[in-house]
Design a protein around this ligand. Structure first.
Ligand code: ZN
Length: 338
């Protein structure tokens, strides 16, 4: 196994959200767990600040300036549940910068795997609007950099956060250079991500939304990964695989109603790792949600361990969700018709 990087930065602890589920203790809990496990063979790297051009490849300058002004003025609300404090602009730049640094290391094959444990998270952030605890869309910023400057022609973004990543979905909705695949609970915040939201123009078929009902667990999530995501990913043949890795589909998570365990995150990871290996693409993970501290820390550790040396998971029987998804997506992805 090649080099594995763990990207982090102290500024993640200075994004002060007050009494809020998306809090600095998430990072502290993760790092306490990783310390015990000797960082699982990952090399720790400080995430640099993203340069302005990288951020502005996704977000208009006026929005970036606005977030900076809110932080400079001591903080404020971006929306009902999205807080910026004095330290948030700097934290958000490092969170985006970690994505860029990870993608640079992956595309140059300096590393085979990278995990970014930074906050604020990103997948709900739209170009001109922070929302859902997210300021800048880190995974989109990383993907854009890979496409614009690092030789990637196709990037697969797999979003397994329990919430639909509306921001990433919209940013690449008309593009075939990013295949956005989301597994998420529905109904749930933010309410987007129906199976019929599939992209537009050149991007038609390159947005793959896979909603699952509340109460879904191992069989539904692994089934969709193995029988829908992996075959589509194989057909797409990406140069880079990025995972918007939220851990709020865990059974102990307070914000959603799915039933995954840390072992299931290891199995999902092993499945993605198998796909990445098959298409010879490096693999990066970016922390999104996950709000039960113990579940979050153990799930991150399970993911990092499996990303490094996970064996292929046992095959799950395709259930009715898989059959429905394969029938829907076969018009764009012929391998699903088989
Ligand atoms: Zn989430």
């Amino acid at each position: 196994m090649g080099r594995a990087l763990y990207l982090h930065h102290p500024s993640s602890l200075e994004h002060d959200t007050g009494d809020h589920p998306e809090r600095p203790e998430r990072i502290t809990a993760i790092e306490r767990e990783l310390e015990v496990r000797d960082w699982l063979g990952y090399e720790r790297v400080q995430a640099p600040r993203a340069d302005r051009a990288a951020v502005e490849a996704v977000h208009p300058a006026g929005y970036v300036d606005g977030v900076e002004r809110i932080s400079e003025s001591g903080g404020g609300m971006l929306d009902m549940d999205t807080v910026a404090s004095a330290g948030s602009f700097d934290a958000a730049l490092h969170s985006a910068g970690g994505a860029v640094r990870a993608v640079e290391a992956l595309m140059s094959r300096d590393a085979e795997v990278a995990f970014c444990a930074l906050r604020p998270p990103g997948h709900h952030a739209e170009p001109a609007r922070g929302m859902g605890f997210c300021l800048f869309n880190n995974v989109a910023i990383g993907a854009r950099r890979a496409l614009a400057a690092l030789g990637a022609r196709r990037v697969l973004v797999l979003d397994w956060d329990v919430h639909h990543g509306n921001g990433t979905n919209d940013i690449f909705y008309d593009s075939d250079e990013v295949l956005y695949v989301s597994l998420h609970q529905s109904p749930l915040y933010p309410g987007t991500g129906a199976i019929t939201e599939n992209g537009t123009g050149r991007g038609e078929g390159y947005t793959v939304n896979l909603p699952v009902p509340p109460g879904s667990g191992h069989d539904e999530w692994l089934g969709l990964l193995q029988h829908v995501v992996v075959p589509i990913g194989r057909e797409y043949d990406p140069d880079l695989v990025l995972v918007s890795a939220g851990f709020d589909a865990h059974r102990d998570d307070p914000l959603a109603n799915c039933l995954l365990t840390e072992e299931d995150y290891a199995a999902l990871t092993a499945g993605v790792r198998g796909l990445a290996a098959e298409v010879s693409a490096p693999l990066g993970f970016l922390l999104e949600g996950g709000y039960d501290l113990r579940a979050l820390a153990s799930s991150v550790a399970a993911t990092m361990a499996a990303a490094h040396d996970g064996a292929a998971p046992a095959e799950v029987d395709p259930g009715p969700l898989v059959a429905h998804a394969r029938a829907h997506y076969a018009r764009w992805w012929p391998s699903l018709a088989a």
